[in-house]
Design a protein around this ligand. Structure first.
Ligand code: GDP
Ligand code: MG
Length: 484
């Protein structure tokens, strides 16, 4: 008995030692990985020490996910082929001479990105807004039908689908909202084609959620619990610095600044969702959010439209952002471009990104226009995001901590990535897809739609947030202008 007590004491000592030592060791590791004392949050050198995106990819390779390793396209899906991305050869002086955003030695011409190239100082913002507002109103009221291309694909027997899924990140508590959105997407589009649905959640879906969602479609339905590594706040985020910045953002009226799950969601949709093992089998997705509305009949295959017309990204609303949520996003991006100027696309939507006339104060605070594709609706090719330029840039953004030290939204992140690294002619305005997410609407003037044509928002005071005119002026290719 005495012996057992002695053994027990030894165990107690070991346990006490462990209780004291493990947290100390943990603190030490956190301190080492966090790098030197933060003076702001700009880019601690973390790449080798914390799980980065590359680390995440390796992690999934290591656990040997079958979808990740799938190479063959199933027979009932049309293979889109491997993505081909060619960066300009910036070692060739002749090519360099045609790239105004690079200097003669191939380095970044920062001046190009600090000034809107067509800026007209004499115009006042109010006047520009009135002009843009008229341009938008005229443009959106043009009667339209389907896209004017000769390769629209209609439903038929033995129809082969594109490699695509309808995709929704949603909480169990949003069941009614997602059922409502699903019902409309099914009625207007998917009941004609039967694309699979994929639902993602940071926790498991409830039985009720699964049962009701499955009953709302005849298509295949997949339910994904997001791997923690792709959802949770990275361990290197400094809690004190984060809190300090949250307080500042709240003082500046940044919505959701103190809601960690919202930051997780923005980071997830910015740069990790396309690494979900289950999604590796898909190329295209259509993002569907709860409580959104779809007003127009869509009788052609939107995914095949993307594939057959060389589009990588489709949107239907263009908006300015709250600049206080992203004051460091542009500078952090510039740091990346200084290191990797070769990723810039010679036909990027630079003017659209840098416009500073309708809402000059946005640009003054954020360093760029803040205009973005409103990403709660998007039909896009994940291979663009998975590509070298976007994924390396996302890794750089992520390592800066800005998804938590500020509230970088996935919409401005997608927009900057597309504006800098994608050929703008591959970006498509789905003018014909009538859509509403509180409080903004895209309502085309078309017999196919059941909404008030041209109505953007119920309150005039918010019209200034609409930057679609800038996309029409600076982003749209000629083909896109003639599309409807
Ligand atoms: N599962 C899950 N979904 C989330 C969470 N936060 C946001 N979402 C989803 O992410 C999308 C965007 O969020 P939402 O609240 O609509 O943001 P808002 O449109 O910017 O106001 C919606 O589809 C939400 O259902 C979360 O913590 N968990
Ligand atoms: Mg939403």
């Amino acid at each position: 008995m005495f012996g057992r007590i002695i053994v027990g004491r030894r165990y107690i000592k070991i346990i006490l030692l462990a209780v004291v030592l493990i947290p100390l060791l943990h603190q030490l590791i956190v301190l080492i990985t966090r790098g030197k004392e933060h003076t702001g949050y700009n880019i601690p050198k973390l790449q080798d020490k914390v799980p980065t995106l590359q680390g995440v990819n390796d992690y999934f390779k290591n656990i040997g996910n079958s979808a990740q390793n799938a190479t063959e396209t199933p027979d009932d899906i049309v293979d889109a082929g491997e993505p081909v991305v060619i960066y300009p050869d910036v070692s060739d002086p002749e090519i360099l001479a045609d790239l105004p955003y690079l200097k003669a030695d191939g380095s970044l011409n920062k001046y190009f990105f600090s000034k809107f190239v067509d800026h007209d100082d004499n115009k006042k913002a109010r006047k520009v807004f009135q002009e843009n507002n008229r341009l938008y109103a005229d443009y959106i009221m043009e009667p339209i039908d389907e896209p004017k291309v000769d390769n629209l694909q209609r439903p038929s027997e033995d129809y082969k689908l594109a490699n695509a899924t309808l995709l929704s990140l949603v909480r169990n508590s949003e069941l009614d909202g997602i059922l409502s959105a699903m019902e409309q997407v099914e009625a207007k589009f998917n009941s004609k084609f039967h694309y699979p649905w994929t639902f993602m959640n940071d926790v498991s879906f409830s039985k009720e959620f699964k049962t009701k969602v499955k009953a709302a479609t005849e298509s295949e339905v997949h339910f994904i619990t997001i791997p923690k590594k792709l959802w949770k706040k990275p361990i290197f985020i400094d809690k004190d610095l984060e809190q300090k910045n949250i307080d500042l953002m709240l003082a500046n009226g940044v919505g959701y600044a103190d809601m960690e799950s919202y930051h997780n969601m923005c980071r997830f949709y910015s740069g990790t969702f396309y690494n979900i093992p289950h999604l590796q089998q898909f190329k295209y997705y259509w993002r569907v959010e709860p409580d959104t509305k779809y007003f127009c009949d869509i009788d052609y295959d939107v995914f095949k439209f993307m594939q057959d017309n060389n589009k990588s990204y489709g949107f239907n609303i263009n908006l300015y952002d709250g600049p206080s949520s992203i004051t460091k996003l542009w500078n952090t991006t510039m740091e990346f471009l200084e290191e990797h100027p070769k990723y810039l696309n010679p036909n990027g939507a630079f003017q659209w990104l840098l416009e500073d006339m309708q809402n000059p104060e946005k640009n003054q605070i954020a360093g760029y226009s803040t205009c973005h594709f409103w990403s709660n609706f998007e039909i896009a090719d994940m291979d663009f995001f998975r590509g070298e330029a976007y994924s390396k840039w996302f890794e750089h953004l992520d390592n800066s901590g800005g998804f938590y030290y500020e509230r970088w939204g996935d919409a401005p992140v997608h927009a900057i990535g597309l504006g800098l690294f994608e050929d703008k002619s591959r970006i498509h305005f789905f003018r014909d897809i009538g859509y509403h997410h509180m409080p903004f609407t895209n309502c085309p003037n078309s017999d196919r739609c059941d909404c008030e044509a041209g109505k953007f928002v119920p309150w005039f005071s918010v019209e200034k947030e609409n930057c679609m005119a800038n996309w029409v002026k600076y982003g749209m290719s000629e083909d896109e202008k003639n599309m409807f």
